[in-house]
Design a protein around this ligand. Structure first.
Ligand code: KG4
Ligand code: ZN
Length: 385
């Protein structure tokens, strides 16, 4: 099945072409194209994503990416292209509604014009399934301009199923860590799962972004904190590990909270300023790199500890990690280490598929199609997994 996938949930405009095969127990994907036009530079001066700016940029980028994908040959090229397409899929949520609508409307009009079935995709399921995507040759970067995106890997990549069979993967524990979500799932199969916990306040990516701002680092903060943290000492400050061992109502608790950690960093920074001004030694000697490393260490600690606990409790054969924050090498390294210890497999997407992209939406659309899951074709900002 050849799938055209569209992603516009936040600040990346994505268009991808996938070949999908296999049933619900052994899905297999070839990424034929994965175009991403990032808006980071546009939102950076505002320190975060501005929904209406995102909408405007998606409206501008979608036709450009489409042209890159389909070719410039006018009607004939489009007719040739569409002859091969079996399914169109688009992110319907969660995300910023003005941004989501642009993709939804674009997909609707294409599907109608070329008389193709249209399937709604859940962005979080995209992250969840992204470990199934094969490496995309040349598509590792995130080009900033729609034009540059054309170069981002229109080369077909070999189909990679799961290197493992569903029997080797499940039961699994999956952790989705992004700018908007921190969700822990227990998965029985590719189509059956249960939410174990989620964040009660900030998502972990959001905490990275906010702490970055306190350290005068630019948006998005995750990669900046990671870079700075490499020069710092993660044990310099013992920041709180919120809800690490908080059994609520006597039950084991798999919820997260990152707002307390973020506030602890804020207070630390404020007190350090005071120490510096008054000439007090100890705190003023702790560098920004130490703060970044200690914050990252606390966040990684909480995520890894809860995932490990869940994996042990449910006898997981694997731990799946995905979402923008999964690009963090310290987090990946810790998960790799704990998985070895448990022991279970550790499955994580290629670096090209951690951040928002349409290839993962192609995978989610294909799985929704197989599962006969019919999401309404309309923007749903608060859609859950
Ligand atoms: O999945 P994603 O691209 O968008 C959402 O669906 O939210 O995730 C974006 C989030 C941002 O908060 C960003 O700061 C964070 O992922 N992020 C990172 C890293 N790269 C991106 N956080 C920590 N370390 C990174 N290397
Ligand atoms: Zn995302």
């Amino acid at each position: 099945m050849k799938i055209l996938a569209i992603e516009t949930s936040c600040d990346e405009t994505g268009l991808a072409l996938l070949d999908a095969r296999g049933g619900l127990s052994a899905p297999k994907f070839t990424v034929l194209a994965n175009l991403v036009a990032s808006q980071i530079k546009i939102h950076r001066p505002f320190g975060g994503v501005v929904p209406n700016l995102a909408k405007r940029e998606h409206l501008k980028n979608l036709p450009l990416l489409y042209k890159e994908l389909v070719g410039d040959g006018g009607g004939a090229a489009a007719a040739r292209f569409w002859k091969t397409i079996d399914l169109v899929t688009v992110t319907v949520g969660p995300g910023l509604e003005p941004a989501l609508w642009t993709g939804v409307e674009f997909a609707k009009s294409l599907a109608k014009k070329w008389k193709k079935p249209l399937v709604g995709a859940n962005h979080l399921e995209g992250h969840l399934y992204s470990f199934l995507l094969p490496p995309a040759d040349g598509a590792t970067g995130t080009p900033t301009k729609a034009k540059a995106a054309a170069k981002a890997g229109v080369k077909p990549t070999a189909a990679k199923a799961t290197k493992f069979s569903a029997r080797q993967i499940f039961p699994a524990v999956a952790l989705i860590v992004s700018g908007g979500h921190t969700i822990l799932l227990r998965m029985e199969s590719f189509s059956k799962w249960r939410r174990l916990g989620e964040t009660r306040d900030d998502a972990v990516g959001e905490a990275f972004d906010k702490v970055a701002r306190m350290l005068d680092l630019r948006y998005p903060g995750g990669p900046e904190i990671e870079k700075l943290a490499r020069r710092g000492d993660g044990a310099a400050i013992d920041f709180p590990r919120p809800m690490l061992n908080s059994p609520h109502g006597g039950k084991k608790n798999y919820d997260f909270s990152f707002s307390g950690l973020k506030t602890a960093v804020l207070y630390y920074m404020r007190d350090r300023k005071v120490s510096k001004a008054s000439g007090t030694r100890s705190r003023s000697r702790v560098s920004d790199a130490d703060v970044a490393a200690s914050f990252q260490e606390a966040a990684v600690d909480v995520l890894a500890t809860k995932a490990t606990r869940a994996a042990r409790e449910f006898g997981a054969r694997s731990i799946l990690l995905s979402g923008g924050v999964a690009a963090n090498k310290a987090l990946r390294a810790r998960f790799h280490a704990v998985s070895k210890k448990i022991p279970c497999r550790f499955l994580v997407p290629e670096f090209a598929y951690n951040l928002d992209n349409a290839a993962m939406i192609g995978a989610a659309g294909y799985m929704a199609h197989l599962r006969k899951k019919k999401y309404k074709i309309a923007a749903r900002g608060d859609l859950m997994i």
